[in-house]
Design a binder for this molecule. Structure first.
Ligand SMILES: [Ca+2]
Ligand SMILES: [Ca+2]
Length: 539
């Protein structure tokens, strides 16, 4: 009798477990179809382009949302722009200038090539039910083995769930009638059920429906809705390989959570994940768990291309968030941001961080908590994303100088062109000058120099004067610069100091300078010319 009792208990236990599993599955399925009552739309995800947040086999419930409430970070079900008649479930990355939405699969490095109109948006992902749609994935992939095994598993679960109910009515009665002898209950365990259909009809029916639903991936009570989304499922597979090249770079974005690894702080700096209904951009944020004013977190970010950028950032606001001051490379961004929000957590509108010249390479980002709203209950900081819009990728021109003596080798002339050493006498810049040993009016020389970066430069030069120097016309790229310069100086050789040659638009690359002797002072004994240095200051 003890053995029989044990057997009975074991069967009860098995049946209980089986029922638990079945009811759990049923619960998941109900969760995926119940929102239909609210007009929401379940969609089976067939591929992994949204992993790790949304996996193949998940059911995502889509809720309609007004276009003006769409925010980057929302998971959207849209008409697939690449495949007519099909749909796509990707995350809203950013808006184009024309107001179209650029989406990206979480698992994809690049955004989708074709933006979508807000008219193409069916809704935002609101609820994720894991696994339930897996049979639909197998069906779509024609993988009948796991399908069959799942069906078999369900049948086994059904059988197990039925055993105690079918094999003794006494047991059923005992639940209702405490006077029944509980020991008698398991006395006929092996006897085929006399009334197998008695109690478990409801359970069996429900479980059969559930099995059918799971195997086909179609929620029975919502078959219309689900079949409407079947076309969606086809598009998930098709959408996996992003077919075209990304658009030409007009900047870049950094998910702040990617900066956590490089971060240090006086309080913990962490990646805070969110699920579907949380809608951080990229599915997570950088969470600085500051506790007091003065808490500082520092991290670094990489800029791929030198240029002028328009920066903006998306922060998180919540009832326990503080006021944070941001600095890039030590330069503060004004004003500080108050993360306090009375009602729940939300993403901020993009905050304008102004224009900034950033060189390619590593830059430092600092978050300093400076206080909190009186009603805030904490000093937390959440940074979601930083956007860098590239305004001008032309690298800024740098000032430069050319010692004219370095141009001697590139020079040709009707008289010798030499590097003349200062010999400790004349204080030439760089210790030497370019010396044009002209002997008569009309002598001319030409040389060339390189401009590293295009720009408008304030050009000036240091020339040389002496008792035997002539008058010389300087030209730049064939244009005469000012009147002829008179190099005559009665008392020995000296340099002039910087003489302005005006603002010149100079493209990067070689430019030509020429000197032509036009005459000499009456008292000069020669026609020499000398250039010591040329300075270029960009405007
Ligand atoms: Ca983020
Ligand atoms: Ca010099």
């Amino acid at each position: 009798m003890n053995t029989q009792t044990q057997n009975a208990w074991a069967r009860h236990l098995l049946a209980g477990l089986a029922r638990t599993v079945l009811f759990t599955l049923a619960g998941l399925l109900i969760w995926s179809v119940l929102p239909i009552v609210l007009g929401w739309q379940p969609t089976v995800v067939l591929t992994g382009s949204m992993e790790p947040r949304i996996n193949a086999g998940d059911i995502v419930v889509i809720r309609e949302i007004p276009a003006d409430e769409l925010r980057p970070g929302h998971v959207l079900l849209v008409d697939d722009p690449a495949q007519q008649g099909q749909r796509l479930l990707h995350r809203y990355d950013h808006a184009t200038d024309e107001g179209e939405l650029v989406l990206r699969g979480d698992a994809n490095d690049d955004v989708d090539s074709t933006p979508v109109s807000t008219d193409d948006v069916h809704g935002v992902g609101t609820l994720r039910i894991p696994w339930v749609g897996q049979p639909a994935v197998w069906a779509a992939e024609a993988r009948y083995l796991p399908l069959g095994l799942t069906a078999l598993g369900l049948l086994v679960l059904l059988a197990l769930a039925r055993i105690p109910a079918t094999d003794e009515n006494n047991d059923d009665d005992s639940d209702d009638d405490p006077d029944d002898d509980p020991v008698a209950t398991p006395s006929r365990p092996e006897t085929p059920a006399a009334r197998p259909q008695a109690k478990p009809v409801a359970l069996t029916g429900a479980a059969t429906l559930l099995a059918a639903a799971l195997v086909t991936g179609v929620g029975v009570p919502a078959s219309a809705t689900f079949s409407a989304t079947t076309e969606t499922t086809a598009s998930f597979t098709a959408a996996e390989p992003e077919p075209t090249e990304p658009p030409p770079s007009e900047g870049f974005s950094i998910e702040a959570e990617s900066l956590v690894g490089a971060a240090t702080g006086t309080a913990p700096v962490e990646v805070q994940d969110t699920d579907l209904d949380w809608n951080f951009s990229g599915g997570a944020q950088l969470w600085f768990r500051a506790t007091t004013p003065g808490d500082v977190a520092t991290t670094t970010f990489e800029v791929p291309t030198t240029g002028l950028y328009d920066l903006s950032a998306i922060f998180t606001q919540a009832p326990d968030y503080g006021v944070v001051k941001v600095a890039i490379d030590g330069e503060e961004i004004w004003p500080p941001f108050d993360g306090f929000r009375r009602e729940e957590v939300a993403s901020s509108d993009p905050l304008d961080w102004g224009e900034k010249e950033l060189e390619a390479g590593s830059h430092e980002l600092t978050l300093t908590v400076i206080g909190k709203h009186p009603d805030s209950t904490g000093h937390l900081v959440g940074l979601d994303r930083i956007d860098f819009e590239l305004l001008d990728s032309t690298p800024p021109a740098e000032p430069f100088q050319i010692e004219a003596e370095t141009l001697v080798d590139a020079s040709t002339g009707s008289a010798p062109v030499e590097a003349q050493d200062t010999w400790g006498n004349w204080g030439f810049s760089g210790g030497a000058q370019l010396w044009f040993r002209a002997t008569e009016v009309g002598d001319t020389m030409t040389t060339s120099f390189d401009v590293p970066t295009s720009g408008t430069y304030d050009v000036s030069a240091i020339l040389t004067q002496g008792p035997d120097y002539g008058q010389v016309q300087v030209s730049l790229n064939g244009d005469e610069i000012g009147p002829a310069f008179d190099g005559f100086r009665r008392e020995g050789v000296a340099t002039t100091g910087l003489l302005g040659a005006g603002y010149r638009q100079l493209d990067a690359g070689p430019h030509e300078v020429s000197l032509t002797v036009t005459g000499k002072h009456l008292d000069s004994t020669g026609y020499f010319a000398g250039i010591d240095r040329t300075d270029f200051d960009p405007q």
